[in-house]
Design a protein around this ligand. Sequence first.
Ligand SMILES: *[C@@H]1O[C@H](CO)[C@@H](O)[C@H](O)[C@H]1NC(C)=O
Ligand SMILES: *[C@@H]1O[C@H](CO)[C@@H](O)[C@H](O)[C@H]1NC(C)=O
Ligand SMILES: *[C@@H]1O[C@H](CO)[C@@H](O)[C@H](O)[C@H]1NC(C)=O
Length: 374
Amino acid sequence: MTSHLIPLLSILVFSVAVTATSTDSYEHIDYEKAKNLTADYCYARSYAEVANVVEKCRYIVLVNFEVPAGKTLQLNLQKNSVLLIEGTITFAVAHWDGPLMSINGKNLQVLGGTNHLIHGQGEKYWDGRGGGGVQKPQRVMSINVQGGSFKNINIKNCPMFCVSIIGSDLTFSGFNIDNNDGFKGGLAVNTDAMGFVYSNNILIENSKIINQDDCINVMASSNAVIRNVHCWGSHGLSFSSGLSKTDENNDIHNVTFQDCSIGGSLNGIHILTMPSGGKGKISQVTYRNIQIIDVTQRAIEFRQDYLDNGHPKNNIVIDGLTLDNIYGTVTGNAVAVYINCGSGSCKNWNWSGVKITGAKTKDYCNFVPHGYSC
Ligand SMILES: *[C@@H]1O[C@H](CO)[C@@H](O)[C@H](O)[C@H]1NC(C)=O
Ligand SMILES: *[C@@H]1O[C@H](CO)[C@@H](O)[C@H](O)[C@H]1NC(C)=O
Ligand SMILES: *[C@@H]1O[C@H](CO)[C@@H](O)[C@H](O)[C@H]1NC(C)=O
């Protein structure tokens, strides 16, 4: 189901470069204001112009071009750069590892123009087998940025994984991913939408995501809010831990999902921890005001036996898990609540207003949260 997490993490880890947090301030601009300044911008109207423009300019517009097969649109931007995206950016098909696009730097503002599109052409790769099928470029966009914002970005048809994030002090607002074409014939698989790791102070808001694997996946990170994000398809609003053998690379602290919805998905909200990984701690996690519609497997799933079915372990402690006002429906034989904790590794779970209807199969809980009866 999501057994590609390990490769995903190794890809992410491989690309770690900077981890210092940035506190520098910079002027936030909106797209209209930015447009007014475009006389001062450097334009890249073809892939060939990108490298030079990125080296010379801090105000950059990418307009309507195709990135050649097997190349990364590499944007190692200068500090305080503003990057506008207009028209359609496509990526010629090649069976290679990717990423298709890589954005790196400090204090960056990335803004999408009306009707722009970053088109991964996933439809030309999907074969129903995800990571197991033909080689697909992994990640449409790889982000390693300290400080900044991404606004009104539209991504379509990710071959495999959409966006991976490492960074700090980042806002993603109106960050939309449309993999709707991938439902046809069940061909798109492992199209995880947005995942972040080794990150601090992340806000993802006001976004719409349609895909076929995790919608948002939080890995080793702290201080994040995901709000007003609406997912369709997907595997869930997720946390994954225990992916690393190094203990401190498994910690997740202070993350809130609120005012989100998820529908037509395998799971609604879930936390997976991996018994074979190092030790770690997931703490201060909150899901609040989450609507879950027509889930087909488990609406609320917390399991500590990821990739070792039925053998949960306590290497990752989940201490402080608040669920408040979680409501919706499941279909078919789906289960409303499934909790499979390791021995003693789940504590301080306070739930209120958790109401999922339509389940024909009973909840499974080997640990019972305060405020919920299984
Ligand atoms: C953009 O420029 C126009 C014409 O100068 C002006 O009317 C408008 O207020 C400007 N918009 C912003 C957001 O600065
Ligand atoms: C949790 O993270 C959010 C988002 O960064 C931050 O605003 C808040 O202050 C943090 N809360 C605590 C108790 O650290
Ligand atoms: C859960 O509720 C108990 C009792 O009200 C409280 O002492 C504890 O701090 C709460 N835990 C969290 C994580 O909110």
